[in-house]
Design a protein around this ligand. Structure first.
Ligand SMILES: C[S@@+](CC[C@H](N)C(=O)[O-])C[C@H]1O[C@@H](n2cnc3c(N)ncnc32)[C@H](O)[C@@H]1O
Length: 213
């Protein structure tokens, strides 16, 4: 999805994807990944999600990437942190304590930016990517995280009822993207709330992705 599309949404405050509390599928299913304090979680297309704060509160090292620099700054401000801001090969790196957020393009993130990644948390990231760019997204994510385990939260609905984003990413699509690298397990499925729930009767699904050995 083009950068200008997303920057316009942030400018115009059309950020209905932003939730007022950490996603309960995160708080229920992230523990199944078995990360311990001090390990690192990567959050692609992170927005200013309160999920970041919840992950920090688990004692994890949290790294994210987000196009919108204002959103990145807001996460540090609400945590009362003053970030060190540096340039990092096409990205702007905000860092304080165990929280590092890159302002810039996910596809510009390299493995060296992240270091060792214990797990990936994808909420409303894969579903934000145009369907024709999904395979590239998943391959890049695996490349830069060493094919880490993952909690993926996605929507599934009849795509003819609404234009994305968020796009519908049904189970077959999750399988097709990740079956060569991970075991894909549906942890929970529930009716989505908000506009997508009302308009399209969408389901919100939490997937656990375990790397194949
Ligand atoms: C649907 S929102 C989800 C945000 C967040 N994960 C959440 O749950 O609130 C998608 C976010 O990804 C960002 N984004 C889209 N494409 C991106 C890219 N290629 N690189 C970095 N950020 C991107 C957008 O600016 C937007 O904030």
């Amino acid at each position: 999805m083009e950068q200008e599309f997303w920057q316009a949404r942030w400018r115009e405050n059309r950020t209905g994807f932003h939730e007022a509390a950490p996603n309960s599928l995160l708080t229920r299913h992230f523990p199944a990944l078995g990360l311990t304090a001090g390990q690192s979680v990567f959050v692609p297309l992170c927005g200013k999600a309160l999920d970041l704060d919840w992950l920090c509160a688990q004692g994890l090292r949290v790294t994210g990437v987000e196009f919108n620099e204002g959103a990145v700054g807001e996460v540090f401000a609400r945590q009362g942190l003053t970030p060190e801001i540096t340039r990092a090969q096409g990205l702007i790196r905000y860092q304080a304590g165990d929280l590092t957020l890159f302002a810039g393009d996910f596809f510009a993130v390299a493995a060296a930016h992240l270091g060792a990644v214990g797990a990936v948390y994808d909420r409303a990231a894969l579903v934000a990517v145009k369907p024709e760019e999904r395979a590239e997204y998943a391959a890049h994510l695996n490349r830069i995280t060493g094919t880490a385990k993952q909690l993926l939260i996605a929507f599934s609905y009849d795509q003819s009822l609404m234009d994305g984003p968020p796009f519908s990413v049904p189970g077959q699509a999750v399988e097709a993207l990740y079956r060569d690298t991970h075991t894909v397990t549906l942890a929970e499925e529930r009716a989505a709330d908000g506009r997508i729930g009302k308009l399209c009767n969408a389901q919100e699904q939490a997937w656990l992705l375990t790397p194949l050995t």
